[in-house]
Design a protein around this ligand. Sequence first.
Ligand code: ATP
Length: 257
Amino acid sequence: MIELDKICVDFGGLRAIDHASFKIGAGRITGLIGPNGAGKTTAFNVIAGAIRPSAGRVLLDGKDITALKPHQRAKAGLARTFQIPHEFGHLSVLENLMASASAPEGENVFNVIFRRGHYQAEEQEIYETARDTVRLLELDHVIDEKAGNLSGGQKKLVELGRALMRNPKIILLDEIGAGINRTLLSKLADKILMLNRERGLTFCLIEHDLDYVSKLCDHVLVMAQGTLLTEGSVEDVRNDERVIEAYFGGGKYEAQL
Ligand SMILES: Nc1ncnc2c1ncn2[C@@H]1O[C@H](COP(=O)(O)OP(=O)(O)OP(=O)(O)O)[C@@H](O)[C@H]1O
């Protein structure tokens, strides 16, 4: 379980997160929603260690990880994807996944993969895991394609694959469904549900499409103005006046909720 305990984040004079406290339950698929600028991505950055909060604590399974660096949190089982995919455009899909694996203790994963002959056993293991991940995500037909040439949706699948290569316990998905077609969106949802149910992976996803959230999430956290406004089931928050007000001032976009 991840817990944010009275987190504050300041960017110059702007308080992006203001004493936010919430929990992401182990084994669940939690949605993190809220209007633009609510602080959702900043909260992910705090959890992943990319941003150091000005106050508050981040706990992973009860242990204070606030001072840990991103790679130490990754080692502890945390992985994330980015709103804009971070693939290596000139590497193939398979190489992208291999390059995202955890290297053996004290080694650089690029040495393991690309200095052939030195690390044969490690390279073989990373290769097998990458092939399995490609199969799992049904990317076999583009396995040797340069990642830069993929469609937006395929890049999102590669992004998920890169996160999976680190054998995480918890994956943070930042708008993984944005800008991808219905077919891939539905495939992605199936994969997330399967990884949750069969491998027990915990997910937290930032997502604007509430129908997608309701398909995937059993719990929803709503952020507004840098703090937790409310939480509950999708139905609970959909009908919550404060949520409608926070999103739209009760106005024109109400139908989308
Ligand atoms: N690096 C930064 N420097 C300065 N201000 C920032 C930075 N990152 C975020 N902010 C500001 O912090 C606030 C929260 O931003 P954040 O991106 O976390 O919101 P969000 O809920 O993820 O929004 P969206 O749904 O639009 O992605 C916003 O006012 C944003 O402009």
